[in-house]
Write a protein that binds this ligand. Structure first.
Ligand code: GRF
Length: 186
């Protein structure tokens, strides 16, 4: 596979920053909104593209998927890593001729527990004593692909959503770049 790496992000991009710091060869950053990750990419002089999306019933998931796929192919991207990207792509993205098994994501829980956008809050509300993060191969189904790596993070008495999420992200900033390095090394 081509080792050209793209990162897709929607948030602060602290994991993207860690990837850059650790020397990952990122060729393209795609964001779906104006966000911290967009600024981090521009500052690092990595080609970055804003593909804005709408929210609500008019959102055309198939068209958005096709537009993103076209962009990734135009940049000859071989491996995609999502960092807090808030859009789930349709199955077109994950066909064998597209990015099947070449599309990673990181999630702040030990999947299959606590899928979705409020994973840390849901884990705390449930009262788990151990949470963590999961690196997996994304599919068209939310947080449901093949698990590549997981690391536990203990919940501490008095944890808030913010404090627990930050400790999970500290782990993600090390584990995720390491997994990507392993996938692109040969
Ligand atoms: C990470 O916790 C990731 O698992 C989740 O969103 C967060 C992204 O963090 N999907 P950042 O934007 O890189 O700081």
């Amino acid at each position: 596979m081509s080792h050209q790496l793209a990162v897709l992000a929607s948030g602060t991009g602290s994991i993207l920053a860690a990837m850059i710091e650790q020397g990952l060869p990122i060729k393209l950053v795609v964001v779906d909104r104006n966000c911290g990750a967009f600024e981090i990419a521009k500052e690092a002089k990595i080609p970055s593209v804003l593909l804005p999306r709408t929210f609500g019933p008019d959102f055309d998931r198939c068209k958005y998927t096709q537009d993103t796929l076209t962009l990734l192919c135009a940049h000859e991207i071989g491996l995609v890593a999502m960092d807090g990207f808030m859009t789930v792509f349709s199955s077109l993205m994950f066909e064998p001729g597209a990015y099947q098994f070449r599309f990673l994501n990181t999630h702040p829980s030990l999947l299959p527990s606590f899928k979705g956008n409020h994973a840390v809050r849901d884990a705390l509300d449930y009262g788990v004593k151990i949470s963590g993060c999961t690196i997996y191969m994304a599919t068209a189904e939310l947080d449901a692909g093949l698990i590549i790596a997981q690391e536990p993070v203990p919940v501490i008495t008095g944890d808030t959503e913010e404090s627990l999420h930050e400790r999970i992200k500290e782990v993600e900033r090390k584990l995720y770049p390491k997994i990507i390095q392993e996938l692109i090394k040969d």
